[in-house]
Design a binder for this molecule. Structure first.
Ligand SMILES: *Cc1c(COP(=O)(O)O)cnc(C)c1O
Length: 321
């Protein structure tokens, strides 16, 4: 069941202390060209420069640092299409524990290689035929390992919230905060930080057009399940929001909007050409909403979470070429 006591800003603050000195305090970048395009003041929180290449390191390290001695000895297990896998693998190696990761057969090669490179065991499953949550639960039980899912967990949510916490600490209050949305770990965590640090800020989640389950869920008031969405945003190919995530999202989030794959590609190109950054497709969701006119931001101070930068160079070239 959802434990509301674990979903509070005070828990985000505790997470910030746990990851301090281990996770990077990532830079907030600005661009005159971006401001001109959006007719607003944009602040890009660059989690593509986070350890392991995405914000997921925050939630993973926070969750693993809370393990008891017994849990550490048995190790951690998770399922992920990529960035959470890498984050858990790196966190486990830093904390000296074993990690087993269940990854889809079609996960990006770079993400699989990086996960193995951090010393984790990779177990492959078919995302169109098998249920990863079921496999995860069964294996965790068989092996006595602790399952840390990619988004539906208070320690993961509060860890992810430290990115927006740093952003508000650096910029002060904002008018709008745009957040990339998959299962809702980053959005729920950001919402906890925004509610405490910038209470008048509009919080908007941005998901791929091909999979607007979050938008449907917010509008209908219950978690909506969809088929695996067909999108280049591989970090947001989820079928439903998490229960913990939705609890926070329905309370704190003002709107959820969608962007198309073409808008993601245009944004990847913008980041590369104008800001000299490689951002993966999923990492462009929030920025695309501001730069492509999906959300009205004119004259506003806008925070944008750039969530990750892990994309094979060949795939990047194919997409922007
Ligand atoms: C996981 C991920 C997301 C989505 O995050 P959720 O917490 O699942 O909503 C967005 N961008 C990147 C780069 C990711 O790795």
């Amino acid at each position: 069941m959802v434990d509301l006591a674990q979903l509070q800003f005070s828990e985000v603050e505790k997470a910030a202390l746990r990851i301090k000195g281990v996770a990077h305090h990532t830079p907030v970048l600005t661009s005159t060209t971006a401001n001109r395009l959006a007719r607003a003041q944009l602040f890009f929180k660059c989690e593509n420069f986070q350890r392991s290449g995405a914000f997921k390191f925050r939630g993973a390290y926070n969750a693993l640092s809370k393990f008891t001695e017994d849990q550490r000895r048995a190790g951690v297990l998770t399922y992920s299409s990529g960035n959470h896998a890498q984050a858990i693998a790196l966190s486990a190696s830093l904390l000296g524990m074993a990690a087993s990761i269940i990854m889809p057969h079609d996960a990006p090669a770079l993400k699989v290689a990086a996960t193995k490179g951090y010393g984790a065991e990779v177990i492959v499953y078919d995302r169109y035929k098998q249920n990863r949550e079921e496999i995860g639960r069964r294996l965790a039980q068989q092996r006595g390992m602790t399952l840390i899912p990619p988004y539906d967990h208070p320690d993961v949510i509060c860890g992810q919230g430290t990115a927006a916490m740093e952003l508000f600490a650096d910029t002060g209050p904002l008018d709008v905060l745009l957040v990339c949305l998959g299962g809702g770990g980053l959005l729920a965590g950001s919402a906890l930080a925004a509610a405490a640090m910038s209470p008048d800020c509009r919080i908007i989640g941005v998901e791929p057009e091909a999979g607007n389950d979050g938008q449907q869920s917010l509008r209908s008031g219950a978690v909506v399940h969809i088929a695996v969405p067909d999108t280049i945003a591989d970090g947001a190919m989820v079928t439903h929001l998490g229960a913990h995530n939705f609890e926070v999202i329905r309370r704190e989030v003002d709107d959820i909007v969608t962007v198309s794959d073409d808008q993601l590609v245009a944004t990847m190109r913008f980041f590369a050409e104008r800001m000299k950054m490689i951002v993966e497709p999923t990492g462009c969701l929030a920025a695309a909403a501001a730069l492509q006119g999906v959300v009205a931001v004119e004259g506003k101070k806008v925070g944008i979470l750039v969530s990750g930068g892990n994309v094979d160079l060949a795939r990047f070239a194919r997409l922007v070429g």
